[in-house]
Ligand binder design. Structure first.
Ligand SMILES: *Cc1c(COP(=O)(O)O)cnc(C)c1O
Length: 396
């Protein structure tokens, strides 16, 4: 695995402007809001724990049903089962927008909430969904794990929800991290407990260790240097997002740290080091680089044989999480690219076993054929050209 990294050109040059100053939101005239601008915000340890906390705060439990998209990851379903509610799956369309008619047809008196996902950073039509929720009297939970950024004008993503949840470790070089947010409900009554000193230290050293390991700079300079020199960590994080490897690495972590959904992590506060890094993050630069990387990949992969770009239009208010590509011969291309050291994420590869496979054709197809490639801010234009051309070649 280590050597695969050598294949990424210039990976060793620390030029990623991941963390510099606290310049929220703007960059080169773009002004994209971020989910953490929402007023009521609780920093917790993961997105899945935040889902559980949202359900708990909304008093959803036994005898209730929660609508979940048929295209999902199991981390979204586990908290619902923990709450003792029943997950009911609704369809999505080819452009990943939710099939509102299908969702409405599944609402009955037991349905108390709907979870929506802004897949890969592309926002759903929240205004229409909000209206539906108001009409049906159900709680709207916006899963912003793919959409740390985005929104309409100055209104951040997640603002229309009763509860929004975010997963900052998917965008930032931190070990633990999740947010529960709400523009509608105060969250002060939830008392967060500080995690153990052991966990704080572990979170700190996890970041430091990877930075040092990768860059080889002296043990004294890291505090000054490490924010800019964590590409390896970023890269590993991206790679760990590959669901199959997440499953195993998560298990390992969860054995002593509980990043996997574990109710014992409910109401536990994000580690100090993660909170510090989040406060230092230069959001504007992240936005700019991610959009540029996405556009560059789209150009290279445009009309590639045997593949379709499902989300070609990157509107001004969108900051992508990854670049999704629908691949005809997905398994073969996946195996080939993994051998070449290309990091691939497969969100939704494993759908909840309890869901009827015929629920949604798009979800089934995307589960097996939609590969996602990183457009992470830690990658520069040379990395992206290598990535895009390697993918193109593998498709031939
Ligand atoms: C990753 C993810 C989650 C879970 O977030 P964690 O921080 O990993 O617990 C939930 N929903 C979606 C859509 C995700 O991609």
């Amino acid at each position: 695995m280590q050597n695969e990294l050598q294949q990424i050109p210039s990976l060793r040059i620390p030029r990623s402007p991941i963390l510099t100053t606290n310049s929220f939101g703007t960059s080169h005239g773009r002004n994209v809001p971020s989910v953490i601008e929402i007023r009521n915000i609780l920093p917790v340890t993961s997105g899945r724990v935040a889902i559980a906390m949202a359900l708990k705060d909304a008093q959803i439990g036994k005898g209730h049903k929660v609508l979940i998209p048929a295209y999902h990851c199991t981390a979204m379903v586990e908290p619902v089962l923990w709450s003792s509610a029943t997950p009911i799956f609704y369809r999505i369309k080819h452009d990943t927008s939710i099939d509102i008619e299908d969702a409405i047809s599944k609402v009955d008196q037991d349905v108390r909430a709907i979870i929506i996902v802004h897949y890969f950073g592309f926002p759903q039509d929240v205004v229409t969904i909000r209206q539906m929720c108001d009409k049906c009297g159900i709680t709207l939970i916006e899963d912003c794990c793919h959409s740390f950024f985005g929104g309409q004008a100055k209104t951040p993503i997640g603002w229309f929800a009763d509860y929004a949840i975010a997963s900052p470790w998917k965008f930032f070089p931190i070990f633990d991290g999740g947010y529960l947010l709400s523009s509608r409900h105060k969250l002060d009554h939830i008392n967060l407990r500080t995690p153990s000193v052991y966990f704080q230290i572990k979170a700190f050293f996890n970041i430091l260790e990877r930075a040092v390991e990768y860059q080889g700079f002296g043990a004294i300079t890291p505090l000054v240097g490490f924010p800019l020199k964590i590409k390896q960590f970023v890269w590993d994080t991206i790679k760990s997002l590959n669901v199959s490897s997440t499953e195993s690495s998560m298990r390992k972590i969860s054995a002593d740290d509980g990043i996997e959904f574990d109710p014992r992590w409910i109401d536990i506060k994000m580690s100090i080091v993660s909170r510090i890094i989040m406060n230092m993050a230069s959001l504007g630069k992240i936005i700019e680089q991610r959009c540029a990387n996405y556009s560059a990949l789209r150009e290279i992969l445009n009309d590639a044989p045997g593949a379709t770009t499902i989300l070609p239009n990157l509107a001004d208010n969108i900051v992508p999480h990854v670049f999704p590509l629908l691949v005809d011969d997905a398994d073969k291309v996946f195996r080939h690219l993994i051998c070449l050291g290309v990091p691939i994420i497969r969100f939704g590869e494993f759908l909840w076993a309890g869901m009827d496979r015929n629920t949604c054709k798009v979800a089934s197809r995307y589960s097996s054929h939609l590969l996602q490639f990183p457009c992470h801010q830690g990658l520069n234009s040379k990395d992206i050209v290598w990535l895009g051309q390697t993918i193109r070649k593998a498709l031939q």
